[in-house]
Structures are given as structure tokens and as C-alpha cells.
Design a protein. Structure first.
Length: 548
């Protein structure tokens, strides 16, 4: 019998089989991208829907869906995955919300959108961390306030655009502003959204619990309707008759000023027409007149012709007038954005200087370095010098609280005027650069929220629109069209009472923001303990578990 030749008989070792080739790093990365593409696409879609909740679209229920979507898309994910999902939602959201910046340049729009979206990235990571905690919808809602708290302050003084509260300035949530300001409105909106997400999760999978899901839905509705239980004070002991002058600009856009004196002449002429109508009995005689921000494009203290033109207009109408103008700063490199009380007899008196100039629009941070790279910044020839006090001034019979343009978006600036005794709020603004881009509507919405938050009438004077008269309950009683010369006449209440939001100040915001941070800390500790109980090293804590 023939003996078969085998490896054992020959004493040679078996040849090793080649293992299946491992995919390269690039292939693995591509596979991860493909796997995460559906989630990323859904997040981007949710961001666009969230932008539609804001003016000029005003589809406010979409703010709840945006919150719910981010909660669902980050649920049970790692910190890194949650952060990417937050950025995927935040970037298209801000790109659409801030599209009015295209007037300056799409590079500015994209750059600012990226910076703001980074805060949504941190929110997404934090939502992923806390999604494993009991009661996570509550912590998730608090984290939305935490994110807005940080974004309102950082960097360079912050940029509050896109707060959930600013999409809900005429909704059932709005009265909550009288209790806890914009942060409480944001929290209630976010809580409704996170509870909807919680309810949706209870309807998924084999262990569905429709009854529990119904409780989540009821909780979302309760947060929605809670505002109806909040009284919004509007009663006043006395009133003031006001006239708001919108003189318009020659060239909306970056070059809205046109030739020197054009914008000033527009407002002076409109005021003189108003005076003629008063003399003819066509309009009631006001107690005060309000001009917008930059209604004088020249410094009346250094330009005799500008001062004379303002004097002529104010003397014609015969009542104290709040004039918005640019005034030379303390040195040749600075200018001040001011509202000046101008008396028909004594001329200029008390003034307010804008406290919060806009970075890159009204001053250039790191000017010496950036000017070499971005030559367009040379258009900001002089930096705006910030004021050092609030805008409470006596304008005729009214003690007003003046805020200028973007300052209406900052809680503490508006609150400070009311705390100092302002009986009516005035927003002097110049939106001529962003005419018909949606930005004026967004700023109008913020003013409506401030009216409810502080129980004060709000008077908006804009160079080219939108000027408006807003009642203390947030109702827009009158408004102008954009790019149209117009004058508004109204009798508005002067109120001394304060809301709960005035009395508690920033306490609700800090409480909710810190609550969100503590929830993140708790999530890290819980993750660390679970690793210890599972018998794995706990050196890295929860972050080892949640960050790939």
C-alpha cells in the first residue's frame, strides 16, 4: 500500500493562510462617514426647519420639532457623535437665520455661522452625555439655556441671535418672559421639545408604552400652555403722546448714508412735514419726537451745518426730540454712537452712548493684524467707543430707557434701564444696511419679547424701517413699511410697576444654565461608576466610554 505523502511525514510545518486584508484607515473613515450620513442629513434638515421658526417665516411650532429632533438624534450616542450632530444641525440653522449678513459678504455669513454652530456642537455632545440620566428631558431643556447663556457672552461679548425665545415672541410661551425673561421662554420651548422626543421613544420598539408616551405629550402641552397662567401687567397711571420719524435713506445697503447730510435732511424734512400737519390739525401734537439711530450722519458738535439743521427741525415741531447721531470719540481713532435729548429751546442735553458696539461692524478686534488680511475691514475707519452708563434719560414728560439697535438682544442692557427707572423703552436702530433681508423682522420680534418681559411699551425708531409702537403685552399697535418715509403717532402708557422677571433678574438664567452643567457632571460620574461596577478601569471616567 502506498503511503500518502503528508506534511506530518515530511516534518514540514503547514503553510500559514493569508488573513483577510484589513481595510485601510481611509476606507474605515469612509465607512464611518457613510454610516453616519443619514443621521447627519436629518440633523441638517432639522436645522433648516428650526430656522423657519424665526422671523421672517414665523413658523414657531418648528422650534419644538428642532429641539425634539436634536434630542432624538443624540440619544444614546457618544460625546463626539453628539457634537458632530449638533454642528450638523447648527451650521445650516445659522446659515439660514443669518443670511441677511450676505449684504456684507457670504464669507462673513459662513464664518459667523461656523462660530455659532460650535456652541450647538457642544450642546449636542452634552445632550448625548445626559441622555442616559433619569429625567433626561429636563436636563436637556436646561442645557439649551446653558448653550444660550454661553453664546450670549462669548466670544467678544457674544451674539444672542437664534435664541429659542426669539422664535416665540407672539406664542403661548411668550407670557413666561414676565416671570423669567427670555431664558425661561427658551426653557419652556425646549422642555416641550424634549418631552415630545421622550414620548416618541416610548412609541418605538417592541416594548411600546403608549400610556407613558401620552404622559410625555401631556407634559409638552402643559409647558406650552403654562404661559396662559401668567398675568402680563399693562395698566398705567399716565401716558405720553409720541411721534416716531422714519426719514428713510438714499441707498439701502452698505452705502446707505449717501452724500453727507442726506440722511439728516431726510429726517429733518420729515419732522418739518410732521410739524406742518400738526399746525394744520391733521395730526395730534406730540409730547416728544423720536428719531432713529444715525438719523444725523454728521457730528452736530463739530459740524455747524448739522447742528443748525437739527435745530431747525426740532424748533419747527416744538417738543423735545431724541436724536440719533455719530459723535467724535475721545480721540481721532474713535467715534461714539449716541442718542441725544434735543430741546427746542436749549438744544442738546442728556445723551446715551451705545454700550455694546458690534464686532467687525462697529469696531475691528485685533485691528492691526486683521487689516493686513481682510482689506474690507478698512470700511470701518474708526472704532466705536463704548458708553459707560445705561440709557435712562428724561425726554419731556417721559423717563425713557434708550437702547440702540443690536443692544435689544442682550438681556442685561435692557433690564438695567428698567431697574434704573425707565417707564417706556426706546429702541433706536438703523437697519438700512439689511433692508428687506429679514433682519428688521428679527429685531422687531426681540422688541416684542422685551415689552412683555418688562411690562413696558416699546417704541422702535428705524431709519428705513421697521419702526413700530409695541404695547406692554407685546402687541404691535403700529408699524411702518421698509424703505418708506413715515411718521407714527401714538399715545403710550408710562409704567412704574415691575414684573417678576425684573425683580429676579438673571437668577432664572443662571439657575437653569448651572443645572445643565451639573447634569453633565452627573453623567460623567454615573459613567465612571458603571465602569467600576463592570470591573473595567475607571481612569478616564465616562468620557472614555462615550468618546471614541
Amino acid at each position: 500500500m502506498a503511503i500518502p505523502v503528508t506534511q506530518e511525514r515530511s516534518g514540514t510545518a503547514p503553510e500559514p493562510q493569508d488573513p483577510a486584508p484589513k481595510p485601510g484607515r481611509g476606507a474605515r473613515a469612509l465607512a464611518k462617514v457613510r454610516a453616519g450620513l443619514p443621521r447627519t442629513s436629518l440633523a441638517a434638515l432639522a436645522g433648516l426647519l428650526l430656522a423657519l421658526a424665526f422671523p421672517p417665516y414665523d413658523l414657531w411650532p418648528l422650534s419644538l420639532l428642532g429641539v425634539a429632533a436634536l434630542s432624538l438624534l443624540t440619544r444614546g450616542r457618544t460625546f463626539r457623535q453628539g457634537a458632530w450632530t449638533g454642528f450638523a444641525l447648527g451650521f445650516p440653522f445659522f446659515l439660514m437665520l443669518l443670511s441677511w449678513l450676505r449684504v456684507v459678504g457670504w464669507d462673513a455669513t459662513v464664518g459667523l455661522s461656523v462660530v455659532e454652530a460650535l456652541f450647538l456642537a457642544l450642546l449636542g455632545g452634552a445632550l448625548a452625555l445626559t441622555s442616559r440620566l433619569p429625567g433626561w428631558p429636563l436636563w436637556a431643556a436646561a442645557l439649551w439655556v446653558t448653550q444660550e447663556w454661553a453664546r450670549d457672552r462669548l466670544p467678544l461679548g457674544g451674539f444672542p441671535w437664534g435664541r429659542l425665545a426669539f422664535a416665540n415672541t407672539a406664542t403661548p410661551y411668550t407670557p413666561l418672559a414676565a416671570l423669567g425673561g427670555a431664558p425661561l421662554v427658551t426653557f419652556a420651548v425646549a422642555l416641550s421639545g424634549t418631552l415630545l422626543a421622550w414620548a416618541a421613544l416610548r412609541l418605538r420598539g417592541p416594548g411600546r408604552t403608549p400610556r407613558t408616551a401620552a404622559l410625555g405629550g401631556l407634559g409638552a402641552v402643559a409647558a406650552l400652555l403654562a404661559g396662559y397662567l401668567v398675568p402680563v401687567p399693562t395698566a398705567a397711571d399716565d401716558t405720553v403722546k409720541v411721534a416716531i420719524v422714519q426719514g428713510n435713506v438714499p441707498n439701502p445697503g452698505m452705502d446707505f448714508l449717501g452724500r453727507p447730510m442726506m440722511v439728516l435732511n431726510n429726517h429733518a424734512s420729515a419732522t418739518e412735514r410732521l410739524a406742518a400737519d400738526i399746525q394744520a390739525g391733521k395730526r395730534p401734537r406730540p409730547d416728544v419726537v423720536i428719531w432713529p439711530e444715525n438719523s444725523s450722519d454728521l457730528d452736530p458738535f463739530s459740524d455747524p451745518l448739522a447742528r443748525q439743521r437739527i435745530d431747525e427741525a426740532v424748533q419747527a415741531v416744538g417738543v423735545p426730540t431724541l436724536v440719533g447721531t455719530l459723535v467724535d470719540g475721545p480721540d481721532a481713532q474713535h467715534v461714539q454712537n449716541e442718542g441725544i435729548v434735543w430741546d427746542p429751546v436749549t438744544g442738546p442735553g442728556a445723551s446715551y452712548t451705545k454700550q455694546h458696539p458690534v464686532p467687525f461692524g462697529e469696531y475691528v478686534p485685533f485691528r492691526a493684524q486683521l487689516m493686513k488680511v481682510i482689506t474690507r475691514l478698512q470700511r470701518v475707519a474708526r472704532d466705536f467707543y463704548p458708553g459707560d452708563h445705561n440709557g435712562v434719560m428724561q425726554l419731556g414728560p417721559a423717563k425713557i430707557g434708550d437702547v440702540i439697535c443690536f443692544e435689544v438682544a442682550y438681556d442685561e442692557i435692557v433690564r438695567d434701564t428698567v431697574d434704573s427707572g425707565a417707564r417706556v423703552l426706546v429702541v433706536q436702530t438703523n437697519n438700512a444696511t439689511y433692508a428687506r433681508t429679514g433682519q428688521p423682522e428679527q429685531q422687531l420680534a426681540m422688541s416684542r419679547l422685551r415689552a412683555v418681559e418688562h411690562g413696558r411699551a416699546v417704541l422702535i425708531a428705524a431709519t428705513s424701517g421697521i419702526s413700530a409702537v409695541i404695547a406692554p403685552d407685546g402687541t404691535v399697535e403700529q408699524r411702518t413699511a421698509e424703505l418708506t418715509p413715515a411718521e407714527l403717532s401714538a399715545t403710550v402708557p408710562l409704567r412704574d410697576g415691575t414684573t417678576v422677571a425684573d425683580r429676579v433678574g438673571a437668577l432664572p438664567e443662571w439657575t437653569l444654565a448651572v443645572g445643565g452643567l451639573l447634569a453633565c457632571g452627573a453623567a460623567v460620574l454615573v459613567g465612571r461608576r458603571r465602569k467600576v461596577e463592570a470591573g473595567t478601569p475607571a481612569a478616564g471616567g465616562a468620557l472614555d466610554r462615550v468618546v471614541p
